[in-house]
Design a protein around this ligand. Sequence first.
Ligand SMILES: Nc1ncnc2c1ncn2[C@@H]1O[C@H](COP(=O)(O)OP(=O)(O)OP(=O)(O)O)[C@@H](O)[C@H]1O
Length: 255
Amino acid sequence: MELRAENMIVTLANTDIVNDISIKVKNKQFVGLIGPNGCGKSTLLKSIYKVIKPKKGNIYLGDLDVLNSEPLSVSRIMGVVGQFNDLSFDFTVEEMVLMGRTPHKKFMERDTEEDYKIVREALNKVSLTGYEDRSYLTLSGGEKQRVILARAIAQQPSFLVMDEPTNHLDIKYQLQILSIVKQMNIGTLAALHDLELAAEYCDYLYVMKQGKLMAQGTPKELLTSKLIREVYDVSCEIYTNPVTGELGIAYMPFS
Ligand SMILES: Nc1ncnc2c1ncn2[C@@H]1O[C@H](COP(=O)(O)OP(=O)(O)OP(=O)(O)O)[C@@H](O)[C@H]1O
């Protein structure tokens, strides 16, 4: 399913945090959103998953006019893995992942054996089998992150929005989570900080700086030392990793 966000302007506290940005994620494409802290990535994503109302713009997911649709209609096709996953109330891991089934149910409809099967499979995918009865609030940051991904998997969305999904995760789970998402083979838009991981997993990248879109392209054409200096104010050398063949970035320490 294709996502089109057109001419998005998001204003918070009288400031244009997202300033006339258009992005497109083609069907089954994994698209990364990169840029320095505070450039507006989360704000743009939140406007796409309807937590923040933009001042201007249009968002279409397939034929669905996201901004003019009920959240329930959007949640039937869009999964979200947010940046901060804390709750005020405690739920078990199983209850958390079962919430992913809610958009597909009628009012007061009971959970079925099929729902529990989908939840078990989702937990297995993120290596959390056996955690069903654990209290969500007692989990580590990385375990919470994987529960939230399991919830998105159980939702069986056609499109996924992720805000720094590898936050809190050690390297094994960073690779695991991105591989799982890639295998889901659905359109995905993800804000990412690790540029090497972005290069490895993303088909296409958008670069934001100070609320504006600065550049876009495939990782290979986009990630140059010149661009990284312009965006992050950091010196680096780009090379091809001799072991993986992937794009590598050697950052130069501040002197
Ligand atoms: N509700 C708000 N009111 C005022 N300013 C806000 C609000 N929410 C976010 N901002 C500001 O908007 C800017 C962009 O924030 P945002 O979280 O979108 O950035 P980001 O690119 O996701 O950053 P990070 O990489 O640090 O997560 C920041 O300067 C932030 O302080």
